[in-house]
Design a protein around this ligand. Structure first.
Ligand SMILES: [Zn+2]
Length: 235
């Protein structure tokens, strides 16, 4: 797996004040923009990547994918939930606070992707769309390494019965029950099932539930809160 790098942040080590303390990386959650800029620089430096070469998205809970080969610069940041690159040295980033951050890389082809998969993105198929875009750039699902990060777990993500049925109709593996016995959705399990069907076998899931962890931001727990980030890049 030489040359592929994956990283997920927790909430510590930044400069944001409550309720965004400390390492909020989201620019659209009400935090001080200067603090977010500083946090993004701190996070990049701790990973050894150039903060100016990190590419972010305007995430909208859809299945849109765009290919990128340079930072956006002065261009508007597109409203998509997955970005794909064939450019080594460019770092792709995804923001979450309960949704599943999905990082993908084929180190042989030199193709990477970052995707944001919440419940709507799971149903809409954002992760399969990202894998398709990667294969169009020369990636092979059998070589793709997939890492999913901290997200709300299936024992905590309570939804109405009808919503669980709707999600399970699209992805049966996401059918779940809360620890207190009510309908729930397991988005991470659904994402991994989608990847399995696409032939992506090298997969790991970070065993952290954001809602249960005091070290992570959780939208469902706190509503006004920061955003974690997942980063993927190829040497
Ligand atoms: Zn949980």
């Amino acid at each position: 797996m030489s040359g592929a790098h994956f990283a997920f942040t927790d909430r510590w080590g930044g400069v944001s004040a409550a309720p965004y303390e400390e390492l909020n990386l989201g620019g659209a959650v009400g935090d001080d923009p200067d603090a977010v800029r500083t946090n993004r620089e701190l996070a990049a430096k701790s990973l050894g990547v150039d903060p100016a070469r990190v590419v972010w998205m305007n995430q909208v809970h859809g299945a849109g994918v765009t290919v990128v080969d340079e930072p956006w610069g002065e261009r508007p940041v597109p409203e998509v939930d997955a970005i794909v690159t064939a450019r080594r040295g460019l770092t792709l980033a995804v923001l979450t606070a309960d949704c599943v951050p999905v990082l993908l890389a084929d180190p042989v082809a030199g193709v990477a992707a970052a995707a944001h998969a919440g419940r709507p993105g799971l149903v809409a198929g954002v992760v399969p769309a990202a894998v398709r875009a990667m294969t169009e750039l020369g990636a092979d699902p059998a070589r793709i390494v997939a890492r999913t990060g901290p997200a709300v777990c299936g024992r905590c993500y309570e939804v109405p019965e009808a919503m669980r049925a709707e999600v399970a109709a699209a992805e049966p593996a996401a059918h779940a029950e809360t620890s207190w016995g009510t309908p729930a959705v397991d988005v991470s399990a659904g994402v991994h099932a989608q990847l399995e069907r696409l032939g992506v076998r090298d997969r790991e899931q970070t065993p952290v539930c954001t809602l249960e962890s005091d070290d992570h931001f959780s939208y469902r727990r706190d509503r006004t809160t920061g955003r974690l980030a997942g980063y993927v890049w190829l040497d």
